[in-house]
Design a protein around this ligand. Structure first.
Ligand code: ZN
Length: 148
């Protein structure tokens, strides 16, 4: 039987090699740039909104496998969701990434593949960069955020 850990690793490898929703939306209603100087990850998020709902999202950047896979997984998870739903999802993902001894998350779908990152504190910012950048874009700040 396939170990859950292997399955998670396969999801991350797959989303790094073949990121979903990669590129830029033009025009975009919102955009933000994220920077994780600890690892060198750079990320641009562009959004098209329909009222309160994320109608479309693209991400583009240069970063490590974790940051690329996380942005890809996030883009699938938040498309079609409202700001409030995204906020609640972010809280769950953040808890998963930072609570090293917390319970394994349920109901996060493929995002749970990133749970292994919490065993490597230096990589947590790689995985959370896209979420911070998305929050900055949704807040309409349209500027560079740094996770440092
Ligand atoms: Zn990284």
């Amino acid at each position: 039987m396939m170990e859950l850990r292997d399955l998670y690793r396969d999801v991350i490898v797959d989303h790094n090699r073949n990121p979903r929703n990669a590129g830029r939306l033009d025009p975009a209603d919102h955009e933000a740039h994220g920077d994780n100087p600890l690892c060198g990850d750079q990320l641009d998020i562009t959004l098209q909104m329909e009222g309160d709902i994320i109608r479309d999202i693209r991400h583009q950047g240069k970063g490590c496998a974790i940051s690329t896979a996380s942005a890809s997984l996030m883009s699938e998870a938040v498309k079609g969701k409202s700001r409030q739903e995204v906020e609640s999802l972010f809280e769950q993902v953040h808890a998963m990434l930072t609570q090293a001894n917390g319970p394994m998350p349920t109901g996060l779908g493929k995002l749970a593949a990133l749970a292994g990152v919490r065993e490597f504190p230096a990589r947590v910012k790689c995985a959370s960069l896209c979420w911070h950048t998305l929050n900055a874009a949704l807040a309409g700040r349209g500027r560079t955020i740094s996770t440092e």
